[in-house]
Design a protein. Sequence first.
Length: 360
Amino acid sequence: MPSPVLHVVGARPNFMKAAPVLRAVEALGVRQRLLHTGQHYDAALSDVFFRDLELPQPDVSLGVGSGSHAAQTAAIMVSLEEVLVAQPPPMVIAYGDVNSTIAAAVVCAKLGIPTAHVEAGLRSFDRSMPEEINRLVTDALADLLFVTSPEGMDNLAREGIAVERLHFVGNPMIDTLLRHLDRLDAAAVRARLQVPERYVVATLHRPSNVDSLRAAERLVAALGEASRRLPVILPLHPRGRSMLESAGLAELTGVRVIEPLGYVDFLSLVRGSAAVVTDSGGIQEETTVLGVPCLTLRPNTERPVTITHGTNRLVTPEQLPDALDAALAGGQVPRGEGPPLWDGHAGERIAAVLAEWLRA
Ligand code: UD1
């Protein structure tokens, strides 16, 4: 009997991408195991997603925890190598652009274990973002690249990656969103959290936004302005909390800071919101499908399809108030149809390619 393939996940945005792939691989009868690196370990960033997304418990947990980029990536590499040497899988499947992803790609390349990268080809062309380094290295090393949007195919072709390795499959994160759409009940979450009928949801955690006092102060000023229009609900990632507080976040009466939410609660809140203000990657995609205006506090995006085909706009903190006025006035609606193949079946396409590859 062939050994099981191994899925490697580690951080919050991995879980919603892996769930549909695990389900579709299981349906094809391919044996698989799930490994959690422990990059995210708080219940609010990890356990709640396993429950909400009906993910199986990990077969292996590395428990690496936090650290500098080098320390965290190296710790994952050392522990993962031991697991892979003890029981080499025919294929490792890694997701997204977090440190767990690049760690898996590098270890597998050195051990000669083939890898698949789900969400390949995204590029911000901004190498000051740690995720951009993770994407470039993972895509250079992966044997199968599963691409979520057309410009991803162009980016990879420009980097000289052989076309036989590329598969344009659509977006598994959107599979998860569509699967759980009926559970997204904004009224129930609003009642529980005592949120008024019209509100803005904000999320902030990127190093470029929350790791320096100057950047945090610009953001806090912008959120203060935004909250003069509508109440702002901010489920806050642990990273950056103290910097945002030093920049005066706690003094903003119109901004309600809450703990990070689970998958269903968070997207329920987003679904019912008048607009979202964020620096996340995945939320740009989810708002595009939910039709909620998204104002992204970044100078660039690796997901331009959310601007050309969706509800996303890039803004500086100084542009946020005017952009929010325009969005609230209805000036920010999706253009035409949504991105191609964001239809809820990416996981099945990925599983079919994986199964065929394993047979060959
Ligand atoms: C990581 C990803 C980022 C993604 C984000 C989503 C990388 C390089 N970055 O960033 O792309 O958008 O996840 O959440 O992989 N912490 C906790 N509890 C946890 C985990 C982290 O309190 O369970 C705190 C620690 O102080 C830690 C900090 O958050 O040092 C950063 O965690 P880390 O995993 O390094 O990166 P994220 O900022 O979460």
